[in-house]
Design a protein around this ligand. Sequence first.
Ligand SMILES: [Zn+2]
Length: 235
Amino acid sequence: MTISGLYDLLDVQKIDLDIDRLLDRRKSLPELEEYRETHENLQRLEKELAAASETLRDLELKVDKGEGELSILESKLSETETRLFAGGMSGKETEYMRLEVESLRGQREAMEGRVLALLDELDPAREEVARIQAEIDETRAEHQRLEAVIQEEWRKIDSELARKEEAKKEALQPVPSDLVDLYEELRRNKEGVGIAAFENGVCGGCHMALSPSEREEAFSTDLPRCVHCRRILVA
Ligand SMILES: [Zn+2]
């Protein structure tokens, strides 16, 4: 093991920490959380719109049906009235017709009331559909804006990452592969830090001091390791 390999590996470690920071930044952009929220809002609003549209459709069908029934009642009424006013019927028939006209007028009035009540519900139902639709349009625009911001940020981060990966490849070249393996394993188990500088008697990985005898123990081998955290040390 050459000491220069350790210095090269220390450079790799610096680059790896930069890469870790970039990867962390990539997945924790504040816009990502907003994007997820906007996405959920859109889904909720679309359900609301479907429900409100169905309510409106039902109402419109009821109004159509009510108006149809009203028009049938009106023609029946006018037909009966015409026959009644034409006369020429027995007293019993006339009385029957008179009662029929009265009953049809009552039915017409009731049906008019029902249709009017339905018409009163129609405007608020249409407004509700329009309100939700407007909210969907607004939310969708925000969703697209956030998507563009995220893509732009990711583009920048990815090009920086590519630059770092290239630098890492170069820095790794002089480092023996078994040392790289050990370093990678330490990185996996020790919060991304596998090798650290030993300065002023302190391990740069776990920030604990090594006593003179511990220091002697650590540096007695080709591959100095911190006695506390087992990270590779570079004096
Ligand atoms: Zn340590």
